[in-house]
Design a binder for this molecule. Sequence first.
Ligand code: UT7
Length: 328
Amino acid sequence: MKRQAFVVGTGHMVPEAILTNADLEKIVDTTDEWITTRTGIKTRHITDASTATSDLALEACRRAMEDAGWAPGDVQAIIMATVTPDHAFPATACLVANRLGLPHVPAWDFEAGCSGFVYGMIQARAFIEAGLFDRILVVGAECLTKITNWKDRASCVLFGDGAGAAAVSSQGPGGLLGGFHWGSDGAISDLLVQQAGGSRMPATRETVDAGLHCIAMNGSETFKHAVRAMRDSCMLALEMDGTPKESVDLLISHQANYRIIDATARALDLPPEKVFVNIDKYGNTSAASIPIALDEARRSGVVKPPMTVVLAAFGAGLTWAGMIVKWS
Ligand code: UT7
């Protein structure tokens, strides 16, 4: 019988401290009205100076493992999507694996911007179907506010911190990982970039003074690509799955901008009640946004079998990904 991969547990973690739109009005020239109407964001959770990505990821993984009923010895690999690792190296996944008390399993980070979690789920599906593993933790975790330019009103109002994780198993019951589509376009990578700190432009006092170690985004151009790529990757994932769009029960999209989520929902002909939205609370948490939303949707009873869920992601790279997950 063909091996299959199922989501059997989820968990998330966000830091306690909340930054409101009213707080941002005191930092940059913006208004609650502009942020709310242009993005849908009201608040975001932000880490303190002593908290790093691995701290959030650790708790999200613990909760996903508890949800799945997994002991540390059950996990055979941990893969982490992040653009804000604790360090350039070692991989944050190794730090989390150690603190979880996992046996010496393969643990690695990869980076696909805000598409990271769906890229990770596609990898998990492939590894499980190939017979390499039976139980994998897939994590998306970020501390974006550590690389936010607090002088740039066009971007600093958007980002938040958090982590989400999924326990993926060869044994159901759970959410069956189905059809998917993923892609990238490096020709327009400059639309969303952290310029300094890598080998192209190592960090210096000058790069830090100029804020080049922070997120820089051409928002309106990125917006246009996001709407098109998310629509197309959802359609292609549905096609691979052999599922008509009329059968979709729920869209869980990357939470970058409410208007992008809405455009993706319209492309799928989905009414608002079939779209999960939590951008108002968390803002854009990059690779963490979809697993946080998936966990909230499951725990609040929005995801209940039988249900066909579409995951839709878009981010730096530029990258995009769509995946169908079916709870039966
Ligand atoms: O997660 C990875 C992928 N990321 C995305 O997909 C994000 C995509 N982009 C977006 O979500 C939106 O483009 C933004 C929310 C970033 C910006 O919204 P927009 O409707 O595209 O605004 P804009 O950049 O075209 O700017 C419109 C106006 C400008 O003023 P003028 O030139 O018209 O006078 C901006 O200076 O809004 C101004 N503006 C602000 N005003 C008040 C930009 N940021 C702010 C702000 N408060 N925070």
